[in-house]
Design a protein around this ligand. Sequence first.
Ligand code: FAD
Length: 505
Amino acid sequence: MKQTPIKTVVIVGGGTAGWMSAVALATVLRNRYEIRLVESDEIGIVGVGEATIPMIQRFNKTIGLDENEFVRETQGTFKLGIEFVNWGRLGDRYMHGFGRVGQDLWTVPFEQYWRKQHMAGKARPLEEYSITRMASKANKFLPAQADLPNSPLGEIAYAYHFDASLYARYLRKLAEQRGVKRTEGMISHATRREGDGHVDAVVLKSGERIEGDLFIDCSGFRGLLIEQLLETGYEDWTHWLPCDRALAVPCESAPVLTPYTRSTAHKAGWQWRIPLQHRIGNGHVYCSNAISDDEAAATLLANLDGKPLADPRMIKFKTGMRNKSWVKNVVAIGLSSGFLEPLESTSIHLIQASIQQLIDFFPDQGFSATDVEEFNRQSRFHFERIRDFIILHYHLNQRTDSEFWKACASMEIPETLKEKMDLYRSHGRIFRFNNELFTEVGWLQVMEGQNLETRGYHPLVDVQTEAGIEEFLEAVREVIGKCVDVMPEHSAYIAQHCKAAPLKM
Ligand code: FAD
C-alpha cells in the first residue's frame, strides 16, 4: 500500500492548547513536517488554567523539560493534591491527595482493612495513611526520591501550579527553538477544497493564506474550524454541571506557601485558590441561574487571602463536549473540543491526552475513517469519565443551606456514575474502568471525603486477624509520619531549587 505523508500541520491558536500541541509535535515530528501556528494578540488567550495533575510529568518528559527551569520560568509551585472545603456538609474539609493511600500487603486493597477498623469506630482518619495528604497539611514538599524505592518518599506523586500566560510564553520559546513557525494575525475565514471538503487554508484579515494538510483547532471556546466552519455540534452537560460562569482574580501571596490547590464550595458554586510564587490565583465558578454576578463577585472578594491585584474578570462557558473532536482533516484540542470545569484540574490533562492520541493516530493523506472514528471514541470516553467524577463532587453532598446544593443532591446522574456509587455503597469496592483517568484511590478519597457510607467491607479482610490488621495500619501510619518529618518546607524547597526572579512589569 502506498502511503502519502502529509507535509504541513497548521495549529490555529496560541493558548495553552496551541503551544502544548506545537512543542509536542515539534519534538516528535523531528523537523520532518512543517509546523505553523497562527495566533492573534488582539483576541488573546483565556489565560486561566493554572493547576495540573501528576500526568503532566509524562508530557514534560516527552518534550524534555527541565523541571526546575520550568517552575522558575512560570512562577510555579508544587501541588500534592486538592483540598475540598464545604463539599459534603458545610464545615467539612478533606483532601484528594495524589498517589496512593496506605500500602498493599495482603489480598485486598489497603482501604478495605482500614474500612473494617473504621466501621468498628477504631480507625484513624484515612488521610494519615497518605504521604501527600500529610505533607500538604504540614506545608512540606519533596519530589519522589528515586534512591528510596521502598519508602513512601520514593513514590510522592505531584503536579504543578503555574502562571498560564508565562506557561504559554515558555512553551512558545521551546516550540520556536524546535522549528515551529509562528504567524501573528487574525484569521478571517478558512477555505475548503472541492470534493472531500477538507480544509485547505486559513486566511488572515491581512489576506495572507496559510495552507496545510492537517489543521489543529486550538482556537478556544469559539471553535473556529471545528464548529464555526464544520458545524460539528456540541453536547450540552449543564443539566448535570449547571455552573456556567467564572470570575477570576489574582491576589497577593499569603505568608505560607501551600503545596496544594484549595476548592471551597459556596452557595451556588465554588472558589479555587492556586498559590504561585508571585501571587495567588483565585476564581469563583458559579451558576448564574442561582446567584447574581454581583453576589458571586462579592463572595469571591470576601474570601481572598490577600489584597486583590486586579478587578475580577468574567469567563462564560457551557459545560459539555464537541460531538466529535476530529472531523475531516481538523482535530480540535483544548477548549475548542469541550469544557469541564476545573474542579479536578483536568483540562490541561485533556489537552495532553488529545495530543498523545493525535500522535497515536497520526494520519497520512488518506485520513483513514476508521482511525478517526477510534480517535473520537477515545476522546469521548476520557471526557465522559472525567465528567462523572466531577458530577460526583456535586451530587454527593448533604448540604441543606441552598436550593442549588439540594438540587445537585437529588438530580438524576449518569448510569455509569450510579453504578460506581452503588458498588461502593455495597462493600466499598471501586474498580477503574479501562484506562479512565482517575484511579480507585481518587474515587475513594472523594467518596469517603464526602461521606458516602458503605454497608460492609470486603469479606476477605477477615482472613487476617484483628491484631494483625491493627499492627499493619499502625506501621504504615508511623512510617508516613516519619517521612513527612524529614521533608523540607514547600517554600524552602522552592528557594533552594527553582526560585523565580521577580516579574518585570
Ligand atoms: P485559549 O486560551 O482561549 O486560546 C485560543 C487561541 O486561539 C488564542 O491564542 C487566540 O488568539 C486564538 N484565536 C482564536 N480565534 C482566532 C482567530 N480568529 N484568529 C487568530 N487566532 C485566534 N485547566 C486546568 O487544567 N487547570 C485549571 O486550573 C483550569 N482552570 C480553568 C478555569 C477557568 C475559569 C476556565 C475557563 C478554564 C480553566 N482551565 C483549567 C482550562 C484551561 O484554561 C484551558 O484548557 C487552557 O487554557 C486551554 O485553552 P485553549 O488554548 O484551548 O484556548
